[in-house]
Ligand binder design. Structure first.
Ligand code: 13P
Ligand code: SF4
Length: 323
């Protein structure tokens, strides 16, 4: 008896309409909601989003939206950033388990010790980190503006950069600045096989390799162009080249194809014969979960006011420094 009731309740709770696109549009009107989606989301989520972008563009949008509800189709730190910037708004994340290996690679207690071991250092943190790390930081950056922000820091000011060591190393090369790096990384961007990328460049001599700066140095060395997801998208749409080997999460290829359907985009292969170049956290979000989170207004991002206000300061600094 218990089992039947339980199963019936589950079936009712999770029932989704046949036309999910129409149902989500309807909820969007009812809630006065905006759907923000990162480029690494599944194509159907990208297609229903009001705004698709990289981390910087989505933060800017979150900072200026007049919607009452922000539905963040991305990962936890992104939705958390939207909540930090909008304490009075409801922020929903379709799957609360959509985390980030890079954010997880920087536990707050260990980072506090690291910071204490480097007194007088300015802390610049990549936005891919928890609210607790943001609260310990002086300035936040994204992959779009990291170089620009570091270039604005006086040359004699020592800097801690975290949590991504690959982006940190790339920024050091671009700016000529020494920085103390936290040794974190992203499982997706460290999965690309240099050997397979080289094999692809031999098989496709007319292709250019484009890469996200979260990739490891051996992959970046083969890149003709390095940039954030938005920068890669812009590059492929404007370049006269017709073929690209894309070393970042392949979700971005959906937009690349939309902007330049006649061009060919080859996802850079992972080390193993797996789909590990797809972010397992980003891909937890589905159209069904997007619908359910809007219908039930949960999972919701919450954050204590002390933490929120401490984390907001370095984000606002970033927004002011990246105009
Ligand atoms: P950008 O959105 O800044 O390109 O970063 C990519 C990423 O890994 C997001 O998690
Ligand atoms: Fe985090 Fe990497 Fe996934 Fe981006 S792609 S959300 S950095 S695990």
């Amino acid at each position: 008896m218990f089992t039947t009731t339980f199963l019936q309740r589950r079936a009712t709770d999770t029932a989704v309409p046949d036309n999910l696109f129409a149902a989500i549009e309807d909820l969007k009107q009812k809630l006065n909601a905006v759907i923000l989606a990162h480029y690494y989301q599944n194509p159907d989520i990208q297609d229903i989003a009001d705004c698709i972008g990289d981390s910087l563009e989505l933060s800017r949008k979150a900072a200026t939206t007049d919607a009452d509800v922000i539905v963040f189709a991305g990962v936890h730190f992104m939705a958390e950033t939207a909540k930090i910037l909008n304490p009075e708004k409801q922020v929903l994340l379709p799957d609360i388990d959509a985390g980030c290996s890079l954010a997880d690679s920087c536990p707050p207690d260990a980072f506090a010790e690291f910071k204490a071991a480097h007194p007088n250092h300015l802390v610049i943190s990549y936005i891919n980190c928890s609210a607790a790390i943001k609260a310990m930081s002086d300035i936040i950056c994204t992959s779009s503006n990291a170089v620009k922000i570091v270039n604005q820091i006086p040359p004699d000011q020592p800097i801690i950069f975290g949590p991504d060591r690959n982006l940190g190393r790339y920024v050091m090369e671009q700016t000529g600045r020494e920085m103390v790096l936290w040794q974190g990384s992203c499982i997706v961007h460290e999965t690309f096989s240099e050997k397979k990328i080289v094999e692809l460049t031999i098989a496709h001599p007319d292709a250019e390799v484009i890469a996200h700066p979260e990739c490891e140095p051996p992959v970046l060395r083969h890149a003709n162009y390095i940039g954030s997801t938005s920068a890669l998208l812009k590059y492929t749409s404007q370049s006269p080249r017709e073929k690209f080997i894309v070393a970042t999460e392949p979700g971005i290829i959906h937009q690349m194809q939309k902007l330049a359907g006649h061009k060919q985009f080859i996802p850079a292969p992972p080390l193993n014969n797996c789909a590990c170049n797809e972010c397992p956290f980003m891909r937890l979000n589905t159209l069904e979960k997007l619908y359910l989170c809007m219908r039930d207004r949960t999972p919701e991002i919450t954050i204590s006011e002390d933490m929120r206000s401490a984390a907001e300061r370095p984000i606002q600094k970033m927004l002011a420094m990246s105009i």
